[in-house]
Design a protein around this ligand. Structure first.
Ligand code: SF4
Ligand code: FE
Length: 509
């Protein structure tokens, strides 16, 4: 399998990317059947189109969505780049917002990007402590990915079984991906990763542990890269609300006919990872660092939702135009509120990137506190933006007749007449916008905009734990006590000495 992928030439355009996915030997289950060719499946294709947009944007605006590879000297996707300065981090966010705007959905490419960036610094520090050679191997892997400009997915979330037990105490070890066998050439792994974004649309995937591990969990401390069509991998496609509308043949009821997200379960049954692509093998003491760094990058990657929010705000503003009430003050107020919430998501994400700093490896990482605050906003604000969009859309967003009825020779004319808003707006156009709002708040892309916003990159409690760890309450209490005269003046010097961690980085910048 690995060899067949090596032969592929460098992918530059969205079209070349789509063609590169054809004729692979993927085992994909959907609706109780094996999918013959995912590229041509009407339910899967919109997710491929969304990812293809990352290639097209790299051509249309190269300074935003591409970089010159430090390994090959050629232009490659920014999604394959390891950040070496603050601007790199910031441009990742700007690219994510733009792609959210262009697709109105998840374009599925950030997990791999955030995985390389975290692995780059973690492998460096692991080698320093353990005398291993993972960092050089990772660079070799990146070079190979850059040569072909591949899509690389990241597989982190184990199915976890009994949440109260660590991996080694699970009745069935497969609840966490683990090593099942070892030869002189590499290791074999088994287990399953749940809700894997864009896995079927990737060329390779990086498998990582899902949480902090202890000494007895060392067989679960495995990081490695595999081609997505490696032997022993099965995908079970996750279905989404209203997903079969894309199989009905029309283009109105589906809401967003061109683009969609993709989540699937990935099952590994003795899948081989060659030594060359192993980037952690038993170093359980680095699992927590990897997960924390990955989530630091990934939680601020959720500025993607501000781009998707722009589309929803645009849809809500369009429907009020079509209804003839754009000037009503309560309507303007709601659009302002939606925008305020949306920009709050973007503001915290991009601030996390601007507060980025250098790790020992030279790679830059964003600010943990602000990244967690960004993702925590994302677990709430899109719901309120969605609520306001539904409020502005009116009840039709949930009761609209079907496209077949609109186009029917008998009933169609009556629907054209009674579903009209302003006289100069076509009924079909009004229906299209209402269906888009439905798609983003109740339908297929609500999966990404709402529920995935809740749970992706960790559910809300995961961010609260991180925010709680970093909130420096003792330091803040002392600030208050000194100003209130509870503590003495000399302590003021101590406060300056104590500028460390989160505040320290802010101070230095
Ligand atoms: Fe990227 Fe957003 Fe999709 Fe996650 S949800 S892969 S951050 S577009
Ligand atoms: Fe996600």
């Amino acid at each position: 399998m690995i060899e067949s992928i090596t032969d592929t030439k460098k992918i530059n355009t969205g079209e070349e990317y789509i063609n590169s996915l054809r004729n692979r030997n993927l085992k994909v289950w959907l609706f109780g059947e094996m999918v013959k060719e995912p590229v041509d499946h009407p339910m899967i294709r919109p997710s491929i189109n969304a990812l293809a947009k990352t290639y097209d944007l790299a051509i249309a605006v190269p300074e935003l969505a591409s970089v010159i590879s430090p390994f090959t000297g050629e232009r490659i996707s920014r999604f394959l780049h390891v950040c070496t300065n603050v601007e790199d981090l910031v441009l990742q966010n700007k690219m994510q917002r733009k792609l959210g705007q262009l697709t109105g959905t998840c374009f599925q490419r950030c997990v791999g990007m955030d995985a390389f960036n975290s692995l780059y610094s973690v492998t460096f520090e692991m080698d320093e402590k353990h005398g291993t050679t993972y960092h050089e191997k990772l660079k070799g892997f990146l070079t190979r990915m850059h040569q072909n400009n591949f899509v690389v997915g990241g597989a982190m979330t184990d199915v976890k079984g009994d949440r109260s037990l660590p991996p080694h105490q699970q009745e069935d070890k497969d609840m966490f991906v683990h090593i099942t066998n070892r030869t002189k050439d590499g290791v074999y792994i088994s287990g399953a990763k749940a809700h894997q974004t864009g896995c079927i649309n990737s060329h390779w995937m990086v498998v990582m542990p899902t949480m902090r591990l202890g000494e007895k969990d060392s067989e679960f401390a495995i990081v490695g890269a595999v081609p997505v069509d490696a032997e022993g991998i099965t995908y079970v496609y996750g279905r989404q609300s209203c997903d079969k509308r894309s199989m009905e043949g029309g283009s109105i009821d589906v809401g967003n006919a061109q683009y969609g997200g993709q989540e699937a379960m990935v099952i590994f049954e003795n899948t081989f990872i060659p030594n060359e692509y192993i980037f952690m093998d038993g170093e359980y003491d680095f699992a927590a660092m990897l997960v924390e760094r990955f989530t630091t990058y990934h939680r601020r990657s959720y500025v993607c939702k501000s781009g998707v929010g722009d589309v929803l705000i645009g849809a809500a503003a369009s429907v009020v135009d079509m209804n003839g009430v754009p000037k009503a003050s309560h309507i303007k107020n709601k659009l302002v509120e939606m925008t305020h919430l949306n920009e709050t998501v973007y503001g915290t994400g991009i601030a996390a990137s601007y507060q980025g700093y250098k790790t020992k490896s030279g790679a830059y990482i964003c600010d943990e506190m602000l990244a967690n605050v960004c993702k925590h906003h994302v677990t709430k604000m899109p719901y309120e933006i969605g609520r306001l969009a539904q409020d502005l859309a009116g009840g039709l967003v949930a009761t609209l007749p079907s496209e077949q009825d609109l186009n029917h020779p008998e009933i169609g004319d009556l629907l054209q007449k009674y579903l009209r808003g302003k006289a100069d707006v076509k009924t079909e156009d009004r229906m299209r916008i209402l269906r888009l709002i439905e798609n983003m708040t109740l339908g297929r892309n609500a999966v990404g905009y709402l529920t995935e916003s809740m749970h992706g990159a960790g559910s809300p409690q995961a961010q609260r734990i991180q925010i709680g760890r970093m909130m420096q309450l003792e330091y803040k209490k002392r600030l208050a006590k000194i100003i209130a005269g509870v503590e003495t003046e000399e302590n003021k010097d101590l406060l300056i000495d104590e500028l460390s961690g989160y505040f320290g980085r802010v101070f230095k910048i």
